[in-house]
Write a protein that binds this ligand. Structure first.
Ligand code: SAM
Length: 260
């Protein structure tokens, strides 16, 4: 039976890689990659560094170009654009698995952070396996290996416990935060915010703990009262993005920060 491993490699620090991830990498016959455009060089460099360091005797990488996606769509068109892009990505994955894996072959995807958070790889693979079995194929096993997510890296960098005593934490996207800070949760982790949504929130009882390029030599941290530091974050973010050509940032919004 073929096996596909989805291995979390951490959020940017090569030392985020777990022993479990290293053991999984050593089982793989081939590593599948997707070319990510602007962030590609830095991600590919980290992947290469991890493979060079931990997989002895050479390794094989098969890359496919990431399909184009309509990033300007909004509302239901946004969901349709994402689903369409995922369908085309699934086609690429299915072809790579069919072409590159022998009957007992092991393929691996090295995914950023942890496979369970805002990463579609496991969902796509489950769909491909289902389609394969439905058309008479034998399918393949899927294994997920956890990694250090950007959320864990953010918390560590700011020495944070994300929840207050007995409280809840919401992990969401910038797109959803645009509707405002939720009323029923006081601790909100925001990912995938290309639009600095925090800067348009009117709340005056909220602190922000912001981090960009977490775990990398370029890491930037800013924290404080949201209304006091938001302009600084917008400025720092724009400068960093200009300099590197891409940015990944994550932040915690904490209502009533003095409370335990
Ligand atoms: C497609 S999601 C992937 C998340 C990943 N699976 C994880 O566990 O962190 C990409 C988002 O993760 C966050 N992110 C990933 N790596 C980051 C890093 N090194 N520093 C800050 N944020 C990061 C950003 O919010 C970015 O928009």
């Amino acid at each position: 039976m073929r096996t596909v491993l989805v291995i979390g490699i951490g959020a940017g620090d090569p030392d985020h890689l777990t022993f479990q991830a290293v053991a999984a990498m050593r089982r793989a016959d081939v590593f599948f990659g997707i070319d990510k455009g602007a962030v590609k060089d830095d991600l590919a460099a980290l992947r290469g560094e991890l493979l060079d360091r931990h997989v002895e005797g050479g390794y094989r990488v098969v890359d496919a170009p990431d399909p184009e996606r309509d990033r300007d769509a909004s509302g239901t068109a946004y969901r349709d654009a994402v689903l369409d892009w995922q369908d085309r990505r699934a086609g690429l994955y299915a072809a790579m698995i069919a072409d590159e894996l022998g009957p007992d072959g092991v393929g691996a995807f090295l995914v950023w952070g942890d496979p369970s958070l805002y990463d579609g790889t496991l969902r796509l693979l489950a769909g491909i396996r289902e389609a394969d079995v439905a058309t008479g194929g034998e399918g393949f096993d899927i294994e997920s290996v956890p990694g250090v997510s950007s959320v864990a890296a953010l918390a560590a960098a700011h020495r944070l416990i994300l929840n207050r005593v007995g409280g809840s934490v919401l992990v969401t996207t910038g797109r959803r935060l645009a509707a405002g800070m939720p009323r029923d949760v006081d601790d909100v982790v925001v990912m995938l915010d290309g639009a600095t949504t925090f800067a348009s929130l009117p709340d005056d009882d909220v602190a922000i703990y912001w981090g960009a390029y977490l775990g990398t030599p370029d890491e930037i941290l800013v924290s404080g009262d949201l209304q006091k530091v938001k302009d600084e974050i917008v400025r720092v973010r724009a400068r960093a993005r200009e300099r590197k050509g891409w940015i990944m940032d994550t932040y915690l919004l904490r209502r009533d920060p003095g409370r335990r």
